[in-house]
Design a protein around this ligand. Structure first.
Ligand SMILES: C[S@@+](CC[C@H](N)C(=O)[O-])C[C@H]1O[C@@H](n2cnc3c(N)ncnc32)[C@H](O)[C@@H]1O
Length: 298
């Protein structure tokens, strides 16, 4: 179920539930690519904000937890003189990113490095701009990692962080599957408080604690009202496959059946519907490493 923004968004050949079992990890690259497509306009505005603050020209970019590279590619297009280093702990993500970079004609401007940022961050050439989108909340000890990452930004350089407070919903409560989706999200929210406790927290305070000066802190909101475009259906399906994998065994029978009906290729399948409503809420922080700072790596 590979999806690229330029691909045809066909609603045919929908995978049935038998194919969806065990696919929730495999679907993550698709979900990240679709996420960037749905957020495209908002991310364009984020890059404009960064370019207003950063010293030109930007020649070097570090993408922290790069995933499939949508952030890397957006920044390389925006800063045409830049080269990017994409860091991620996942070999699969970096392979996807490298293949996509070649496909986009950006291969010569991207390097990848597999690194677990929960361990020691390797010494890196300091960059003009570091970027972390939806990755910092995965870190076990963000303060410890941020203290190390600061030395990978040149004095005067920027660190732009986009983070989320939760996962988007797609169905009005009173529409088919809406109540089941709501109850699935209640379980997810409780899980997140334990598994990803820094999601939705104040990253500005952490950036300041790492010796950076926050120069921008603003919400990034995408509100897509019905009728929903096919890409929203694909995004909803990729998202709900992961929701289903995480909570289906804790839902009661009717809720589990209703959630599965959103993904089974039948009439309630989100890829066949145009009544989806998606509100995505993120936050942008742009912070500068002070020109004279000499932060210590701990
Ligand atoms: C939700 S994805 C976001 C990817 C990308 N930044 C985006 O906006 O699409 C989080 C990424 O962080 C990576 N990641 C999670 N924990 C990590 C760690 N300890 N070290 C390095 N990368 C990590 C994951 O492999 C994944 O690619």
């Amino acid at each position: 179920m590979r999806h690229h923004p330029s691909d045809d968004d066909s609603r045919h050949d929908l995978p049935g539930l038998d194919r969806l079992h065990g696919e929730h990890q495999e679907v993550l690259p698709d979900l990240l690519d679709l996420d960037a497509e749905v957020l495209a306009e908002a991310l364009d505005a984020v890059r404009v904000d960064i370019s207003r603050l950063v010293d030109s020209p930007v020649r070097s970019i570090l993408d922290v937890g790069a995933g499939t590279g949508t952030g890397t590619f957006g920044l390389l297009r925006h800063f045409p003189e830049a080269h990017a280093l994409a860091l991620d702990s996942s070999e699969e993500m970096l392979a996807h990113l490298s293949g996509r970079a070649e496909h986009l004609g950006l291969g010569h401007r991207v390097s990848t490095l597999r690194v677990d940022l929960d361990g020691a961050v390797p010494e890196l050439d300091p960059v003009d701009l570091a970027w972390a989108s939806a990755s910092l909340h995965h870190l076990a000890d963000p303060g410890h990692t941020l203290n190390q990452l600061v030395t990978a930004i040149r004095p005067g350089g920027l660190f732009a962080v986009v983070e989320l407070a939760g996962f988007p919903r797609f169905l009005p409560d009173d529409s088919p599957g809406g109540a089941a989706e709501a109850r699935a999200h209640e379980l997810l929210t409780a899980d997140r408080a334990v598994d990803l406790p820094t999601m939705g927290s104040d990253w500005g305070t952490r950036l300041t604690g790492a010796g950076l000066i926050v120069e921008m802190d603003r919400p990034v909101i995408v509100d897509l009202a019905p009728p929903s475009a096919p890409v929203v259906g694909s995004y909803a399906a990729a998202s709900l496959i992961r929701v289903h994998a995480a909570v289906a065994d804790r839902l009661d029978g009717p809720d589990r059946a209703a959630l599965q009906a959103l993904l089974d290729g039948g009439p309630s399948d989100v890829r066949r519907r145009s009544d989806l409503r998606v509100i995505i809420e993120r936050r942008l922080w742009v912070a500068r490493r002070p020109a004279a700072s000499t932060p210590g790596r701990d």
